[in-house]
Design a protein around this ligand. Structure first.
Ligand SMILES: [Cu+2]
Length: 186
């Protein structure tokens, strides 16, 4: 008996609620479905944002002056960096020269280097058990640079500063006839 009354009471409450809402069981389903949110959320907001986005580019007449301002700084900075590099590069990085002694021959009879520049000369003696070196001299036979005479295999690395432009003879002190050439300083 009690259950029947409660059921009737529930129906009555449900009927009252149905007056205000869509219904008891179906009312909840419709609320959770949220078809209204999707329609309003996707359609209207995107339309308004796109409309505003297109509106802003149109008045580009005002942003143009801002674009003209940035250019000035770049030109002022490059000259500063261009002036600095030359000074550090000269003392730090030596101009590389390399020559090989093999079969009692140099692999080249001509070396080229810039004038008044620090040069790092690498001489590789690849003749096992044979003594070689390299000496570069000026017109007065004064040595610009001279490596130590060593039996191969051996590698010597020497730094020297080139003089003014000109041609300078180089040779092996042990085999000056077989092993010789010219350093061209430009
Ligand atoms: Cu030699």
């Amino acid at each position: 008996m009690l259950r029947g009354r409660w059921f009737l009471a529930a129906l009555a409450v449900c009927a009252l609620l149905a007056a205000g809402a869509a219904g008891c069981g179906d009312g909840g389903a419709n609320a959770s479905a949220t078809p209204t949110r999707r329609a309003t959320g996707t359609s209207t907001p995107t339309a308004t944002t796109s409309a505003t986005a297109t509106d802003t580019p149109v008045p580009t007449g005002t942003p143009a002056p801002l674009a003209t301002r940035p250019p000035p700084p770049p030109p002022t900075r490059p000259p500063a960096t261009e002036r600095r590099p030359p000074a550090p590069t000269q003392p730090r990085a030596a101009y590389p020269l390399s020559i090989i002694g093999r079969d009692t021959r140099f692999n080249t009879n001509r070396l080229v280097a810039p004038a008044r520049t620090l040069v790092r000369l690498t001489f590789a003696n690849q003749d096992a058990g044979v003594r070689h070196n390299i000496a570069i001299v000026d017109s007065t036979s004064r040595a610009l640079v001279r490596t130590e005479i060593k039996a191969g295999p051996a590698v010597d690395v020497v730094d020297f500063t080139t003089p003014g432009p000109g041609s300078y003879n180089f040779f092996c002190d042990v085999h000056p006839r077989q092993m010789s050439g010219t350093l061209v300083v430009q």
